[in-house]
Design a protein around this ligand. Structure first.
Ligand code: NAD
Ligand code: UPG
Length: 345
């Protein structure tokens, strides 16, 4: 941004740096851009800095009402972005922590989050229990926040935010443990169909998707997994599963492809193909089409007992139980079968 640039032979050009964090979410990017809750512009508290802020504000004012364009100092704008993502992720980790307690006590996490969200001070959004949050932003931004806290001598604050990520990791391993313990304490050589690989529906993005950790967990116990996602390519899935953590910013050609991983994983373009002869199904992404699959047809083509582990609470568990499935839904009262299995953590 060079709003105050003036031509001068004796000095270098003048410029101001602004902080203008973006709040769009994937899958709704265009709506979010046209109709943002707010636009945030941070600048230096000097006349030049404020002039730069007003210049950028005038650009947004073409389509955003002025009272929704917030202007702050630089650090406020930078921290507001990190705080917004940390608060959103914290809500998910909070409800996911409650989901473990719901399973242990017989409560239903959907009823709990509905009741909690009815409090107008809390609100209903971002309270869906899940196998864990993913995406390129939440974890990265919390780690960034943690780093800034540590650099500023605030280890207690850093640890507070780290816990949001720890619960997210716990939720993913809890899910894997639930699958393994339900299926007679091993998934070795069993075919597990994984429905959905993207970090959320309506995107093909797999960055930090919980499906990666869940698949790796199942592969660790030597499962054979068959993955179907309507938008993620086989090449992307194989690369994600072959990648070590924190390797995503390395060039593609340097990514190792483990031959074991390739052999144990198949990717299909059809949910019915993925589930054929499977012992269990893990639902990893809340794609709408998973709600309307012909589960009777799927059940008939599977090994018995046939399990469904719903990591997104998208299926009608009662209907599936009537068909004959043993169903696990995150944070919901446990199937009789699962109740008798050893506790998972
Ligand atoms: N993905 C989202 O929903 C979202 C939402 C709000 C804000 N953001 C922020 O926007 C930024 C980009 O996010 P994204 O999801 O589009 O990521 P992305 O990885 O899809 O895109 C980043 C692009 O920048 C390019 N790039 C990276 N380093 C570069 C360099 N040194 N020089 C030139 N180009 C370089 C990459 O090749 C890539 O095309 C991030 O800072 C992110 O936090 C993302
Ligand atoms: O109740 C919920 C809501 C979301 N999620 C999961 O949380 C993750 C992130 O979802 P979402 O926030 O919708 O997607 P992103 O595209 O990552 O958007 C976030 O990250 C962007 C990048 O910083 C910000 O701009 C957005 O405001 C912020 O919502 C996904 O895995 C979701 O499945 C849940 O598990 N439960």
């Amino acid at each position: 941004m060079w709003p105050n640039q003036t031509r001068s032979w004796s000095r270098s050009p003048l410029f101001q740096i602004l902080s203008n964090p973006e709040f769009l979410a994937e899958g709704t990017a265009i709506q979010d851009l046209f109709n943002p809750d707010r636009v945030l512009i941070g600048g230096r508290e000097t006349p030049e800095g404020q002039k730069a802020v007003q210049t950028l504000k005038a650009v947004y004012a073409h389509w955003v009402p002025e009272d929704q364009i917030l202007t702050t100092n630089l650090w406020s704008a930078e921290l507001s972005k990190l705080a917004a993502n940390a608060f959103l992720a914290q809500r998910i980790s909070s409800v996911n922590a409650m989901s473990a307690l719901c399973e242990a006590t017989g409560a239903n996490v959907s009823e709990v989050s509905y009741a909690v969200g009815k409090d107008s001070r809390i609100g209903p959004k971002f309270l869906n229990a899940s196998v864990g949050f993913g995406g390129s932003c939440f974890q990265k931004d919390i780690l960034n926040l943690v780093y800034i806290c540590e650099c500023n001598g605030l280890p207690e604050v850093a640890n507070y935010w780290k816990q949001v990520i720890k619960i997210n990791d716990y939720q993913k391993s809890r899910f894997v443990n639930r699958v393994v313990s339900s299926m007679f304490n091993t998934v070795a050589n069993k075919k597990i169909a994984v429905l959905g690989f993207a970090f959320k529906k309506d995107t093909g993005d797999t960055r930090e998707t919980p499906a990666i950790d869940v698949c790796k967990g199942l592969l660790g116990d030597k499962a054979k997994i068959s993955i179907y996602d309507p938008q993620v390519t086989e090449d992307q899935i194989q690369r994600d599963l072959a990648m070590n953590k924190f390797d995503w910013d390395h060039p593609v050609h340097l990514q190792p492809m483990s031959p074991t991983t390739t052999k144990q994983v198949s990717v299909t373009w059809d949910a019915y193909e993925a589930t054929k002869d499977a012992h269990g199904i893990c639902i990893m992404t809340e794609w709408d089409e998973f709600k309307t699959l012909d589960y009777k047809k799927i059940y008939d083509s599977m090994q018995k007992p046939a399990f469904v582990f719903d990591g997104r609470n998208v299926v009608d568990s009662e209907k599936l139980r009537e068909i004959g499935f043993i169903v696990y839904s995150i944070g919901k009262p446990l199937d009789g079968w699962l109740k008798d299995m050893p506790a998972v953590a």
